[in-house]
Design a protein around this ligand. Structure first.
Ligand SMILES: *[C@@H]1O[C@H](CO)[C@@H](O)[C@H](O)[C@H]1NC(C)=O
Ligand SMILES: *[C@@H]1O[C@H](CO)[C@@H](O)[C@H](O)[C@H]1NC(C)=O
Ligand SMILES: *[C@@H]1O[C@H](CO)[C@@H](O)[C@H](O)[C@H]1NC(C)=O
Ligand SMILES: *[C@@H]1O[C@H](CO)[C@@H](O)[C@H](O)[C@H]1NC(C)=O
Ligand SMILES: *[C@@H]1O[C@H](CO)[C@@H](O)[C@H](O)[C@H]1NC(C)=O
Length: 426
């Protein structure tokens, strides 16, 4: 019952949003016929006979970009061990397989010996930093079920997981999330004798993280993080910085004082897993109120750096241009009949999501992209063979992206690609 109502909510939101907020693409509209001419968009304002929900439009292609699901902290305090409960982090409930096909099967477990000279730098237990947790894997399985429920069961786009092309970063957690998605979409994938292939790019040119170097972009970002629009918030929150430094032993460390990224990551990774906020060896804990301030500041910083700073859009073009090019090429390949897949899924990182949202112009302020954050770009075709794109951001149709002509969307992607990108990033 619960599942059924969720499904129908997703289904209705797909159809109703399209109609209620559809834009009249001609200024005046139709006033003299019930039939909207075929050379106009199906949802053109027609006073004689309004456009309405109907079966004549089909979802024909989709691209989804998402962030991996929840993980252990990516950042570590200098005295990490002392700032965790004695048990630390347990990853015995997620088994990581790592072997080349045709060789012995291998899994790996993290061990943290009590005698290790550098034990103070890591928590106790069995987890590495930045590792997908069993809870994160469970969220990815549910995400896969949700994709399947909408794009296969309801909208009929997918018949099998082989209709999907998946690209990830080079982080284990992105492959592991892919496995979770696949299992959620089709549990038989866990038994399949032929593993599903995910595609990656070499780290030095990977456009998804992104991880290709671009000194010009770095300089641009340094410049807009040196002006009052940025430094004011660092100064205004000095009391918070001092308090956190004193509790967490981070005083004077650049990566912890130049922004709130690391505090945000180390707090949310804990609280998303039901762990307490850190308490130091003498019993002082980070307060809920301070954690909330860090959440707010983290959201401000993400929006500033990747979206709202003067220069942020250019920074996104430089650092994500190669990815925008790939997305545009995928759509053109689909249009020309060369695409063999019905959906492409990209499993990336927060930096992938914020750049995509900013480059597309999704209405801000943008927040720090959540675990499992999703942007879905759907291509619909009308009976008259016109193609339109609809973009969903975190499950909701994005304002202004209800129903836009295919070519307009391709042009939007291309507008984020400098023709001389490699020269600019030299
Ligand atoms: C309706 O009006 C438009 C111009 O406003 C005209 O081009 C069209 O031929 C008219 N259609 C009919 C069915 O009269
Ligand atoms: C972590 O384990 C070590 C021994 O392995 C122990 O001495 C230490 O107290 C534990 N950490 C905490 C925070 O309890
Ligand atoms: C714990 O935090 C308190 C309050 O900031 C500080 O005075 C104390 O030195 C810290 N203890 C350790 C072991 O860092
Ligand atoms: C975006 O930047 C403008 C100035 O460039 C500023 O007035 C506005 O407050 C910023 N918005 C947010 C949400 O930070
Ligand atoms: C790259 O092209 C832009 C115009 O698209 C131009 O303004 C810029 O000077 C060029 N940059 C380099 C480094 O060639």
């Amino acid at each position: 019952m619960f599942v059924a109502s969720l499904l129908s909510a997703a289904f209705l939101s797909h159809y109703f949003h399209g109609v209620q907020v559809a834009k009249a693409l001609t200024a005046s509209g139709i006033y003299n016929s019930s039939q909207t001419p075929h050379d106009l968009p199906w949802n053109t304002y027609n006073y004689c006979n309004a456009p309405h929900v109907n079966r004549d439009r089909y979802l024909v292609y989709a691209t989804i970009m998402m962030r991996h699901h929840k993980r252990t902290p990516d950042n570590l305090y200098p005295t990490e061990n002392a700032l965790n409960p004695p048990v630390g982090w347990d990853c015995t409930n997620i088994v990581q397989e790592n072997h080349a096909a045709g060789s012995g099967k291998v899994t790996h477990e993290t061990v943290i010996p009590s005698w290790h000279p550098f034990l103070s730098r890591i928590w106790n237990g069995t987890c590495d930093a930045g590792q997908l947790t069993a809870e994160g894997l469970a969220d990815s399985v549910k995400h896969g079920q949700d994709i399947w429920s909408v794009y296969s069961s309801q909208l009929g786009l997918l018949e099998s997981v082989n209709d999907i092309y998946i690209r990830t970063s080079n982080s284990d957690r992105t492959y592991q999330v892919t496995g979770g998605l696949l299992y959620g979409m089709d549990p038989s994938t866990a038994q399949s004798s032929v593993p599903f292939v995910v595609h990656t790019q070499p780290s030095n040119i990977d456009s998804l993280v992104p991880s290709y170097s671009c000194p010009k972009a770095d300089a641009l970002r340094n410049a807009y993080q040196s002006v009052p629009a940025w430094t004011d918030h660092i100064n205004a929150n000095q009391d918070l910085q001092n308090r956190l430094d004193s509790i967490l032993g981070t005083t004077g460390l650049g990566p912890w004082s130049s922004w709130y990224d690391h505090f945000f990551d180390t707090f949310t990774s804990r609280t998303c897993h039901g762990h307490p906020l850190p308490c130091n060896a003498t019993g002082t804990c980070v307060s809920e109120a301070d954690a909330d301030r860090v959440h707010e500041i983290g959201n401000f910083e993400y929006n500033y750096i990747w979206n709202n700073a003067t220069g942020a859009k250019e920074y996104v073009k430089l650092t994500f241009g190669a990815m925008f090019l790939e997305l545009a090429q995928n759509l053109l390949s689909f249009e020309s009949g060369m695409e063999r897949h019905r959906m492409r899924i990209y499993v990336g990182h927060d930096g992938s999501m914020i750049r995509l949202a900013s480059g597309l112009g999704i209405k801000g302020p943008l927040k720090w992209p959540s675990m499992g954050s999703e942007i879905s770009m759907e291509v619909w075709e009308t009976e008259a063979r016109q193609k339109f794109v609809r973009v969903f951001h975190e499950g909701t149709v994005a304002q202004g992206f209800e129903w836009i002509p295919f070519q307009t969307f391709v042009s939007l992607l291309q507008s984020n690609v400098h023709s001389n990108l490699t020269v600019q990033c030299a």
